[in-house]
Design a protein around this ligand. Structure first.
Ligand code: NAD
Length: 471
């Protein structure tokens, strides 16, 4: 029986391995992590991440051929194929701080593999890593090899949170990069045979290692670039009376461009886009490609601009002050169908409004109060606004409260901000919301989910990204 072990039971490791286990009943899959609480959650009724369809997949194979464990070393030692799906955040200090990928977790996993291995292994990069990481990992493994042979493969993950299970069952492509030696190609074939259980052969792309590593960064950069492009257009639409949805539709019907990822918003978030572009920028700079680095940097600058533009719009519309005013925040996750708040635009928008002394009542169907309070912990941030409330004096919790539904959030509020495109925000009873709010009642839609005309008829003053402003 082939044994697979995945180091890292996060948003990628958990769902990816669950799908491999369900599609390959003859393969034993162990997902291991140093986080005891995460593993306990994977073994419980309430999984550590919210992802549509994930519960069913895990229930089908957990305890049969899918295991979650903190016994990292044992499972790595026993595995034939070791996926490494640990976090690769942006470095916060030292050389490359603020841009380069922090490979501490990766290196520690590689050294542990070298320490505990007693048989030959295929080591698969599942994490998103800088191009050439495989070379570094190869060095660590071969210099500590004790006669054991390792083959390193790059198999970046393209799933999107919120549709992870659908994406994994029916991927646009699976990418495998390997060394062009005969051992390297044997390893590629071994990994291909795992995916071949459910992925058609023409969707399994095989490349060299560096192309596979770079393709993941390139794909995220292209996706984020489309969002920044349409968001840049949204600012111009507001300035001219054009409607960004109409422009995006007109542009996207060109078959060379296509309609996907052309929705204007308050800005992209998530743990990947910004981090991976910064990583790309750093790699460009290290290779002396300053102009290319500048090109990709602009994608992030436009994203930051979009978030601050939104906050400015809220404050300026509300007579240049939100001090002491109640603002309902609908949605905190970085996108719908996930509880993930990493790099969510909501954090920056909320920080901006708190900095202007607004009182926030936040509701998100999948994000816990604890998570929101952690993300907005005031002492974690430096404020541009000199008059912010000091947490010790006023208490961040008093300025920010988390409530159980949208109506409670909007009760008595001066404004509603929609920051995540949850389906339920489309169908709210906005007349009821209007009646319970202070007047004039404002809606600031950062995701273009509300029916602007209908809300204006009710009496709201409505701002929706990239749409003509209130007449
Ligand atoms: P995550 O933070 O949710 O999970 C990573 C896990 O690795 C954590 O639970 C952590 O405890 C564990 N870990 C770290 N070091 C370890 C070690 N030495 N031994 C055992 N466990 C260890 O991260 P994620 O969102 O799953 O992302 C993982 C990688 O996949 C990142 O490189 C990310 O860029 C990439 N990726 C993420 C997504 C996404 O949508 N989240 C999509 C594609 C690729």
């Amino acid at each position: 029986m082939v044994k697979i072990c995945c180091i890292g039971a996060g948003y990628v490791g958990g769902p990816t391995m669950a799908v491999i286990a369900v599609k390959c009943p003859e393969i034993e899959v162990a997902v291991v992590d140093i986080s005891v609480s995460r593993i306990q959650a994977w073994n419980s009724e309430v999984l550590p991440i919210y992802e549509p369809g994930l519960d069913e997949v895990v229930k089908q194979c957990r305890g049969k051929n899918l295991f979650f464990s903190t016994d990292v070393e044992r499972h790595v030692a026993e595995a034939d194929i070791v996926f490494v799906s640990v976090n690769t955040p942006t470095k916060t200090r030292g050389l490359g701080a603020g841009k380069a990928a922090d490979l501490t977790y990766w290196e520690s996993a590689a050294r542990m593999i070298a320490d505990v291995s007693k048989s030959d292994k295929i080591v698969v990069e599942k994490s998103t890593v800088p191009v050439k990481t495989a070379e570094a990992i190869e060095r660590i493994l071969t210099h500590n090899s004790k006669g054991i042979k390792y083959q390193i493969l790059s198999n970046p993950e393209f799933l999107a949170e919120g549709t992870a299970i659908l994406d994994l069952f029916n991927p646009d492509r699976v990418l495998i990069g390997g060394r062009e030696t005969s051992d390297g190609q044997k390893a590629v074939e071994a990994l291909k045979s795992v995916y071949a259980h459910w992925v058609p052969e023409d969707k399994i792309l095989c490349t060299n290692l560096w192309s596979a590593e770079l393709s993941k960064l390139a794909a995220n950069a292209f996706l984020a670039q489309r969002i920044s492009s349409v968001n840049a257009m949204s600012a111009l639409c507001e300035a001219t009376g054009a409607d960004v949805a109409q422009v995006a539709h007109a542009v996207g019907t060109d078959s060379r461009i296509g309609p996907k990822f052309l929705t204007a918003s308050v800005g992209f978030g998530g743990s990947c886009f910004q981090k991976d572009i910064l990583n790309l920028v750093y790699i460009c700079e290290c290779n002396g490609l300053v102009e290319v680095a500048g090109y990709w940097k602009q994608v992030i600058k436009v994203n930051d601009y979009q978030k601050s533009r939104f906050v400015n719009r809220v404050v300026s519309s509300m007579f240049n002050t939100v001090a002491g005013k109640k603002v309902a925040i609908l949605g905190f996750a970085f996108k719908k169908d996930t509880g993930d708040t990493r790099e969510t635009a909501a954090i920056d928008v909320c920080k901006g409004l708190i900095g202007d002394k607004a009182h926030l009542r936040i509701y998100d169907p999948q994000v816990s109060e604890e998570q929101i309070q952690r993300d907005l912990a005031m002492d974690k941030f430096e404020w541009d606004h000199p008059a912010h409330l000091q947490p010790a004096a006023a208490g961040a919790d008093k300025q920010v409260s988390v409530v159980g539904d949208a109506y409670e959030a909007a009760k008595g509020a001066h404004a509603v901000c929609v920051l995540t495109e949850w389906g339920e925000f489309k169908g709210l009873d906005y007349r009821r919301i209007y009646e319970g709010m202070q007047k004039p009642a404002f809606v600031f839609d950062g995701r273009n989910v509300v029916d602007v005309e209908k809300l204006r008829e009710i009496g709201f003053i409505v701002y929706s990204i990239g749409k003509p402003l209130d007449p």
